[in-house]
Design a protein around this ligand. Sequence first.
Ligand SMILES: Nc1ncnc2c1ncn2[C@@H]1O[C@H](COP(=O)(O)OP(=O)(O)O)[C@@H](O)[C@H]1O
Ligand SMILES: [Mg+2]
Length: 257
Amino acid sequence: MTKTALTLRGVSRSFGGGADPVVAMSDVDLTLAAGEFLTVVGASGCGKSTMHGIAAGLEEPTTGAVELNGTVALMFQDATLLPWLTARGNIELALRLRGVRDRGAEVDRLLAVVRLQDWGDKRPHELSGGMRQRVALARCLAQGADIVLMDEPLGALDAMTRDHLHDEIERVVGSEGLSVIFVTHNVREAVRLGDRVVLMANNPGRIVYELDVDLPRPRRMDSAEVATRAADLMDHLRGTATEPTASRQHLPERVSP
Ligand SMILES: Nc1ncnc2c1ncn2[C@@H]1O[C@H](COP(=O)(O)OP(=O)(O)O)[C@@H](O)[C@H]1O
Ligand SMILES: [Mg+2]
């Protein structure tokens, strides 16, 4: 049987009490298999970041339960590196906080994993945005993560750097055996990277559709096969879109593929 990395069972999260709370997530069931690359796509405000926060244990669900089988680390749009430390120093700090004693060789290994062995002594402002995200990925590994929750990590990068990072993330996730939930609002990116794509809609934030991406890797964002599946997802996205204030009262039916 496939091992499970993370399970959300009937998870809901509301903000603000009173008569009209914001239902950021409503009754979300989600299972991430060990070694799976799951992408989550949806419009702004549909609860993607809330889901990550709950999955990482940073926030409590209002109802429902989270089950984790592994160590979680997070990546965001901003690499959130400490500016006064070098790339090496940022990675080493994560190892130190974990109580790892002999850190030098492991820092070297992690810099090589993300192909920054010649850039270890640079500080964040001396690195490109793509390189900073590679340090952030190495830091996730230094934290001992086997589950990495990525929240629009490539959203601030130019298209060429983003394409390159797709290849790099795919390679590192494969070689290090990570399980990933990668959040994006870019439907093609979701298809490019995901073994499976989950589509979320808002008001209330919920899962409306799932797609198994049956394409060989590596894939290209601009390939016809990726475009076809992205179009299928877009059709479902349009079919479930609601105005921000509409239909909070009732839960629409799940759309099946
Ligand atoms: N701490 C909070 N307090 C109040 N409302 C929040 C809070 N966090 C998120 N929300 C609301 O929950 C909804 C989902 O937010 P979020 O998870 O950030 O969406 P996404 O990441 O998909 O853009 C939004 O309507 C947002 O305004
Ligand atoms: Mg978000």
